[in-house]
Design a protein around this ligand. Sequence first.
Ligand SMILES: Cc1ncc(COP(=O)(O)O)c(C=O)c1O
Length: 379
Amino acid sequence: MKNKGKHTVCIHDGEIKDTQFGGAVSPIFMSSSYPFLDTDPIRYPRYFNTPNQEVIAKKIAALENAEAGLPFASGMAAISTTLLAFLQKGDHVVFQNEIYGGAYNLVQEEFENFGIDYSFTEGVEVIDFENKIRNNTKVIYIETPSNPLLTITDIKAVAELAKKYNIITMIDNTFASPINQTPLNFGIDISIHSATKYLGGHSDILAGAVVGSEEQILKIFNKGKNLGGNISDFMCYLLERSIKTLGVRIEKHNENAQFVAEFLNNHSAIEKVYYPGLQNHPNHDIAKVQMNGYGGMLSFELKEDFDAVKFQKALKLIKPSMSLAGVESTILMPTLTSHALLSKEERNKQGISNNLLRLSVVIENIVDIINDLEQAINK
Ligand SMILES: Cc1ncc(COP(=O)(O)O)c(C=O)c1O
């Protein structure tokens, strides 16, 4: 069936037919041993090719309009393997200034040991990326919407710039999910996910995924089988089950987060709201072009006379949590968690204040989410 809708792809692409019993869902194959005589190993979990691993590879590739995909044991396994597949000693990579804290740590703590040089941009305009390109730049890596300030980078513009210089582009597409954003359609080479977040969606999976062309995925496969960040078949089974409802979950996340963003934006206790779906977001026009929906993540700053720690403690329904994108709404203070290791000056430079809170708005009834925020503000 050609040109299927995304919900149909979520449910059916890649699925394994149960030819033995005719069951409705893909069976789970836990075997790590398959027939082998004197040719290359046919199937082996570290070769990314067990039946359940292949389900995820096909489904995620179909969702992002890519030729091929690979599942990983975590988002960080996907990010590190993909970067190392395209970067060698003596190469240089340009990172967007705002990227996920774990990816930032990987770069800061490991890249010097590998002899890989890197630069972070000053901002997210095309010129900010172009300013950092050198003769040995092999990769440009972006994240949009970014964590935690929901900054929007113009995907098509960055992809066009990179093509001009023959540079590979990678995006962390976790916050958008493949339902809200398909970066390959805008010229990006490789899209990466922490599947622990929206793809998993129920706070019970650690996983990652990468999609790209056959040629690029082969390169990542070759690095991946050496590094060994492979996902188990049981996780693949859970992930397949989760992705079946990805489309409906994301539609509800989009709707609820837009409502909460507008509520906070008009609230006298709130200094600022960061959400790409708001007209006053500085890159709302770009988001409108490259996103199908604005996602479930938003950040906001309480006015100075409020105490963000007390506010968090007063919440009853919304839980403080490092993670996001489950079915229960969660909140986090970047200064105490993801950005705790940065100096105050660095945080100020990035616009991360003490009263900034990152909220993952999910699928509880919207009235309950709003009531919880309101009662905590009043306290
Ligand atoms: C945007 C983003 N990318 C990557 C990761 C890393 O994913 P994982 O925790 O699955 O390794 C995270 C985790 O929070 C994330 O939020």
